[in-house]
Design a protein around this ligand. Structure first.
Ligand code: SAH
Length: 397
């Protein structure tokens, strides 16, 4: 975390030894169980943090409700919170100018990884979609600073907020509905890697698309060939990219509205893609037993492990999917297999895919071991910022 010019505020939150050790190691969260005192601290306040001996550790944003009680903002005292927020938004935008290519859709601000904990901002061409995840970021003055800085720097036609009711509940924030924060526009078109997509601010998952896969789409398209199956295809992110090099592409998802957007996207790009509404587990089982074969298969399921507790169940789910897909690949085939569960490590995931390969007697060679796109930076001191795994594997007999 960058140091900031200091001014003096007296510490208002004291953290335990475990909490201060965690901060000294570079993490930015302290859990409620490691807070020794936070007397009189207002929900969402910026506070000074001290260890149990009273040594100053930095400035954090406080939540009175979340299990994550504080998220560090700076190792120094922060005299000018507004100036700090504006500078960090500026820096986040400048970082994207360096790392994003061939796309007018990308994550502009990724919470802790941009030193703006609790704030997510995605750009879809001329629209911005915001997610506000903490009491501090939800405070009206903070919202106004964020909106004015984003508007000034990026001049979007519209800014919308996507509300996750469950997060507001956890933060004990009053209910709020998703919708426009500024401007009138409700939909637009965006493009990445030369592929065009429809964006509608009122529909879809996350802030509308899975921007974290942007670089993986391009990588997968490099190896894809023949007949391709995109499982858990959503709006067709992989499918549309594969259509450039494959003779036939089929997309599978259980969500009809998602497939309808996929079909509109195919039309927009002049592609023909077959869309199947089905439970992926059932469909893969039926296809595998019917002896159906493909040259390229993409697996991009939703997060199976939402917490460490269901890690084993999640790993079984990944194993099952990969096993079925591997059975159906022709020799020389390509498997693109993803996991967006933070709790499943890269090593766990590789082990599961390797096991599936062993069980079906296929040789697997890793073409690429990938993660999330660079506009979703991984901050090494905050392991939670690394969550997406994407293996591209060459499959032979
Ligand atoms: N590959 C997509 C993102 C996939 S997100 C992209 O790059 O944009 C996960 C998708 O899985 C969602 O679209 C969701 O509707 C779908 N899904 C969830 N459970 C499913 C199931 N059991 N069978 C098929 N699709 C499922």
């Amino acid at each position: 975390m960058p140091d900031e010019p200091s001014s003096v505020t007296s510490p208002a939150v004291t953290v335990s030894r475990r909490g201060s050790d965690r901060l000294r190691q570079g993490h930015v969260w302290v859990y409620r169980s490691d807070i020794l005192s936070a007397d009189g601290v207002a929900p969402g306040a910026a506070v000074g943090v001290a260890d149990e001996r009273g040594k100053f550790l930095g400035t954090a944003l406080y939540s009175s409700a979340s299990q994550i009680a504080i998220r560090m903002l700076s190792r120094a005292t922060v005299g000018d919170l507004e100036g700090l927020l504006r500078q960090r938004i500026h820096d986040a935008i400048a970082y994207r100018e360096r790392v994003v290519q061939d796309s007018d859709a990308y994550r502009v601000i990724f919470s802790e990884a941009d030193f703006l904990p609790g704030l997510i901002v995605d750009r879809y061409n001329d629209m911005l979609a915001l997610q506000i995840l903490t009491q501090a970021m939800d405070a009206e003055p903070t919202r106004q600073i964020v909106l004015s800085e984003l508007a000034g720097r990026l001049q979007p036609e519209a800014m919308i907020e996507r509300v996750e009711p469950k997060i507001r509940e956890l933060e004990q924030l009053p209910p709020r509905s998703s919708g426009l924060l500024q401007g009138e526009k409700a939909s637009t078109l965006f493009s990445m890697n030369g592929v065009k997509f429809h964006y509608s601010s009122a529909e879809g998952q996350k802030t509308g698309a899975f921007l974290d896969q942007r670089e993986n789409y391009a990588a997968a398209a490099q190896y894809a060939h023949g007949e391709a199956l995109d499982v858990f295809c959503y709006h067709g992110g992989f499918a549309l990219h594969l259509a450039r090099s494959c003779s036939k592409v089929t997309g599978v998802d259980s969500s009809r509205p998602a497939l309808e957007v996929g079909e509109r996207n195919a039309t927009l790009n002049g592609r023909e893609i077959e869309w199947i509404e089905a439970n992926a587990f059932d469909l893969l089982r039926d296809y595998a037993s019917a002896g159906q074969q493909f040259d390229t298969i993409v697996l991009d399921p939703p997060a199976f492990a939402r917490s460490r507790r269901n890690l084993d169940t999640a790993l079984r789910g990944y194993k099952e999917l990969n096993l079925r897909a591997l059975k159906m690949l022709r020799p020389g085939g390509v498997l693109v297999t993803c996991s967006c569960s933070y709790h499943v490590s890269v090593a766990d995931f590789i082990a599961v895919v390797a096991e599936a390969g062993r069980d079906v007697h296929r040789n697997l060679r890793i073409l690429e071991n990938r993660a999330q796109a660079k506009d979703h930076p991984i901050l090494l001191s905050v392991p939670e910022t690394a969550y997406l795994k994407c293996l591209i594997v060459d499959v032979t007999n």
